[in-house]
Design a protein around this ligand. Structure first.
Ligand code: GLN
Length: 466
């Protein structure tokens, strides 16, 4: 199977390249890059780790498959001793006190972190323009946005600056930038990978997600990061996904797609035509395709943003300059909190804090927040019924192609609506993967909860089908 990780592993084992050289080359590319993907380089630690790998190889020891492989980390994950800024002014100088479980598991198998990557501040956005480090530029066309919020991570993979990157997906932040930059990006089932050490945005949908250039690399990285963690009570134990188990798709008999996604007025005509052409190719392989009914996009988007804003307002209340971040002193404690938060949070983050506190406040919470929770239950119910009829749901990743840099900042509502096809699956906590095929911004493959294996299996099938 096509795998960048396996290819580099072979080169290291054959001594075609030293690990120090490999890491140094990627660091140089990152340093010289003009796409604004880097918040900080981890050169010292990366080169130290690389030298150790070289010593092992020189001593004739075997190395693990991920050992010595350089990877990137969205700047919302803790890695002890490194800056973790969330691309925000508030945490511009914050250094992680501990390491996130998902990242620790990668370190334990010898993968080498080389960069903390630019993203929308606290995950708030769909373009990676809401950042103090400059807008991330698209890997294919630098006049366009890199997508968000894990834009720096997707661009780094697309440009081969990192072999894989770890993004975070709350409502599409791995899948959408993967689609915008023509790479793979997985949002696993909620709870498959521990969120411990991932800065919380909306805890009920936050997922750790790998971005890579092949299905096989996604599988390798997913297996390492998965598993129950006592530090995150929403995690569950999952079986490892083997290479052979995803290499044939005989058990996928029926797939479905949401009719209203494709008939929506907001969809770009080329994305629609390309999606329907992919459906025809799948049918030609003998797979049955069903049209499914689903909630309207604006209901999905408003339900998601109601809940995500409520959760982020609550999660970010801890950031007041006392324990973390840039504190600005004022005449009393209350004023110090106020000025610290109003000066150091971005416009977009403040919009979400205000919105979130509004929907949670007395007099509004029944009307808005509880209604959002009820809708979420109905959405999950809908998915449950769908997966009694179909094995996979296929959809476009986005209704439109990436906007020009600057456009999303002018129109936040349009930006929220661009998440129409990703947020529903987040509310359902389902496993869902972007593949760089089918439409200009890719296709999204979704399966029932805990069925991440089926998603990867169908992705392998589509690789040779469309
Ligand atoms: N664009 C969505 C939002 O801003 C999703 C972001 C994410 O998944 N972190 O909420």
């Amino acid at each position: 199977m096509d795998s960048q990780i396996k290819q580099i592993h072979q080169q290291l084992m054959n001594k075609d390249i030293s690990c120090v050289k490999l890491v140094q080359e990627r660091l140089d590319l990152l340093k010289a890059n003009t796409n604004n993907t880097v918040n900080s380089l981890l050169d010292t630690i990366a080169l130290q780790l690389a030298a150790k790998v070289d010593t092992k190889i020189a001593n004739g020891e075997t190395i693990g498959i991920l050992e010595g492989i350089p990877f990137g980390i969205k700047d919302v994950y803790m890695l002890q001793g490194t800056y973790t800024t969330a691309s925000s002014n508030l945490l511009k100088y914050y250094k992680s006190a501990y390491t996130a479980t998902a990242i620790q598991k990668l370190l334990d198998v010898g993968a080498i972190p080389i960069v903390k990557e630019n993203c929308d501040s606290f995950g708030h956005g769909s373009s990676s323009e809401n950042t103090i480090f400059g807008a991330v530029k698209n890997a294919i066309n630098p006049d366009l946005v890199g997508g968000g919020s894990s834009g720096g991570s997707a661009v780094n993979v697309a440009k081969d600056y990192t072999v894989f990157s770890i993004g975070g997906d709350t409502g599409g932040s791995v899948r959408q930038p993967a689609g915008y930059n023509h790479v793979y990006g997985l949002k696993p089932t909620y709870g498959r990978i521990s969120r411990y050490g991932l800065m919380a945005y909306a805890s009920s949908t936050d997922c750790v997600g790998p971005i890579a250039k092949s299905v096989e690399d996604i599988r390798l990285v997913l297996n390492v990061m998965s598993g129950k963690d006592v530090k995150d009570q929403t995690t569950y134990a999952s079986a490892e996904i083997s290479e052979s188990s995803i290499s044939n798709s005989r058990d996928i008999k029926t797939i479905g797609y949401f009719k209203n996604f494709i008939e929506s007025e907001a969809i770009d005509p080329d994305i629609k035509a390309d999606f329907l052409a992919s459906i025809e190719k799948i049918k030609a392989k003998g797979i049955k395709v069903k049209e499914l009914d689903f909630f309207k996009s604006d209901i999905l988007v408003s339900t998601y943003y109601t809940l995500a804003m409520a959760e982020t307002a609550s999660n970010l209340s801890r950031l007041d300059g006392s324990n973390y971040g840039n504190r600005i002193e004022d005449k009393n404690l209350k004023e110090s909190y106020a000025i610290t938060r109003s000066e150091n949070f971005s416009e977009e983050t403040k919009r979400r804090i205000v919105g979130g506190n509004q929907v949670l406040s007395q007099g509004f919470s029944d009307e808005i927040y509880l209604k959002g929770l009820a809708l979420r239950d109905s959405i999950s119910e809908n998915f449950k019924k769908d997966f009694e009829e179909v094995d996979i749901i296929l959809s476009p990743v986005t209704p439109a192609t990436p906007p020009k840099i600057g456009e999303s900042l002018k129109d936040p509502l349009a930006m929220y609506l661009s998440d129409a096809y990703t947020v529903g699956f987040s509310l359902g906590q389902l496993p869902t993967l972007t593949i760089p095929q089918g439409t200009e911004t890719g296709l999204q493959i979704t399966a029932a909860k805990n069925n991440d294996e089926l998603v990867l299996k169908f992705a392998n099938f589509l690789k040779d089908t469309i």
